[in-house]
Design a protein around this ligand. Structure first.
Ligand SMILES: Cc1cc2nc3c(=O)[nH]c(=O)nc-3n(C[C@H](O)[C@H](O)[C@H](O)COP(=O)(O)OP(=O)(O)OC[C@H]3O[C@@H](n4cnc5c(N)ncnc54)[C@H](O)[C@@H]3O)c2cc1C
Length: 468
């Protein structure tokens, strides 16, 4: 029958496309559903990673160009914001060449547009047409959480779905929410010349990061001119250009803006999916899911942000590889928390991997902290790094995890992720030859302190005897 498939994938974002691509190339009959052709690529391509990283690249280039005055060269002129928007669009288009309906249809998939909803345990309807499959993948992602405050109806609100289309560079940008999305956008617009303020309802921002690391970034962002309202609650909008915020002592303050960007979290919009028709049960606001990423209907699986653990493109990729493995292998893989690396793309970058200190403490695990502020790293010295730090959590020659703030920290931690995930001994890095003066030498420099601290008086005596 024409509408019968081996697998249906609802949502053509990072998670959905990974599974669709593999299943299609392995010769299965794949139906890929998304709302429109423009939605293909999901949040990452359209409203997330790609436009934000292209914006960050252009903003940082401008910031770095301004530093050139240190070498005697003067830079004049205004930022042409429409060129920045064009740059972002060009980069998205470059990726869209291999992420569009035509491309996938030519590869052999069936692609249909419209909002999918479940009709039964193995059937899905799109615009009145019913499709069925043995396995169904739900990869519908999340949407920005709305700010619900008195007076907001009069305010033009930007979030990640419309900020990259904004007409002109904001002069006064107010950001509500100090998570990674808010912070990345704040620094980028600050570099472009907007006056930026952030309201955050806790002491510090980036609350999943190690506090030693996020406080270094906080200092840097303040130095660059970003105005922080930490531990402030948003109360109401006084006008379309002013918000009332309250500090922890209950004192109210008005903060003005010409552009409001809200990044207070992300949530699933599930109503139109009619999950109950498929026997998919909820756990509060989330879909019930087991460690194999199966819903309460074992033939319907979750992938990506909707699976409710980590909200990253590479988490969606990991989910896909688990699901694909379990389709075909007798050795089932499952998803476990705690070992997901991530990067926040500020300058300097924050990169985190493995188990953090909070986890190690809560689980009463023994560990030592190795920390190093790059002051003896010659690359950091000659390149004039901003304040940087690496913290590694080790025990008996093994790396539990760690975190780093430094330019390109996301690249610098790659070998540390390998050592952690493959449970290699730290000696593998200690014995590696690092070209001088690469920044990655920070890893060995830090680990060396661990091995040298293990040299007891007895060891030193033996070495002396061997030497003679
Ligand atoms: C500003 C921002 C920056 C980010 N930066 C990074 C980063 O640097 N690195 C990183 O790893 N992650 C980043 N992320 C997170 C990353 O974008 C997401 O984790 C990733 O896109 C999740 O993929 P997904 O497949 O779960 O969902 P999505 O990519 O959101 O795809 C879901 C798709 O489902 C479709 N859909 C929804 N409902 C239906 C329906 N009923 N019927 C049919 N189709 C439907 C949607 O149209 C969409 O195309 C960022 C996110 C944001 C918002």
């Amino acid at each position: 029958m024409k509408n019968k498939f081996d697998i249906i994938i609802i949502g053509a974002g990072a998670g959905g496309l990974n599974i669709a691509g593999f299943m299609n190339s392995a010769g299965f009959n794949v139906l890929l559903i998304d709302k429109t052709d423009k939605n293909i690529g999901g949040d990452c391509l359209n409203f997330g990673c790609v436009p934000s990283k292209a914006l960050i690249h252009s903003a940082r280039s401008i910031y770095q160009a301004k530093q050139i005055t240190d070498f005697g060269l003067e830079i004049n002129g205004q930022v042409n914001f429409s060129k920045i928007k064009q740059y972002i669009k060009d980069k998205q288009d470059a990726i869209r060449v291999h992420e569009n309906a035509d491309y996938f249809s030519k590869k052999g998939m069936t692609v249909v547009f419209g909002e999918a909803s479940f009709v039964s345990k193995d059937e899905v309807a799109v615009k009145g047409v019913i499709y069925s499959a043995k396995k169904i993948i739900l990869a519908t992602g999340l949407s920005p959480r709305k700010l619900d405050l008195p007076g907001i109806d009069k305010v033009k609100v930007y979030n990640n779905e419309n900020i990259f289309d904004i007409e002109k560079l904001p002069s006064e940008l107010l950001i509500i929410g100090g998570g990674p999305i808010g912070i990345e956008i704040a620094q980028a617009f600050n570099y472009l010349g907007s006056r930026v303020s952030i309201v955050q309802n806790t002491d510090l921002f980036l609350n999943k990061e190690d506090k030693d690391i996020s406080s270094i970034l906080l200092k840097q962002l303040k130095k660059e001119g970003i105005n922080f309202y930490c531990n402030y609650k948003t109360e109401s909008f006084f006008s379309e250009k002013e918000i009332v915020v309250t500090n922890k002592d209950g004192q109210k303050e008005k903060v003005g803006f010409d552009t409001l960007f809200v990044a207070i979290g992300r949530e699933a919009k599930l109503d139109s999916l009619n999950l109950e028709n498929a026997g998919i049960e909820m756990d509060g606001h989330r879909i019930k899911v087991d460690k194999y990423l199966r819903t309460t209907n074992k033939n319907i699986l979750l992938v990506g942000d909707i699976a409710g653990n980590y909200q990253f493109t590479h988490a969606a990729e990991l989910h896909s590889s688990i699901i694909l493995n379990n389709f075909f292998s007798p050795f089932k893989k499952s998803f476990s928390f705690g070992e997901m690396p991530w990067v926040t793309y500020t300058y300097p970058e924050i990169a985190t991997f493995g188990f953090g200190e909070d986890y190690l403490k809560t689980n009463n695990l023994k560990y030592e902290v190795l920390s190093n502020d790059f002051s003896h790293n010659d690359r950091a010295i000659v390149d004039n790094y901003p304040p940087s730090l690496v913290k590694l959590f080790v025990h008996k020659g093994k790396l539990f995890g760690g975190t780093m703030i430094a330019p390109n920290a996301g690249e610098l931690i790659q070998e540390l992720i390998l050592v952690t995930q493959q449970k290699l001994n730290l000696k593998k890095l200690f014995n590696k030859t690092y070209p001088y003066p690469t920044a990655t030498r920070i890893n060995r420099e830090t680990i060396s302190t661990y091995f040298s601290s293990k040299l007891t008086a007895g060891n030193k005596k033996i070495l002396r005897r061997l030497f003679h």
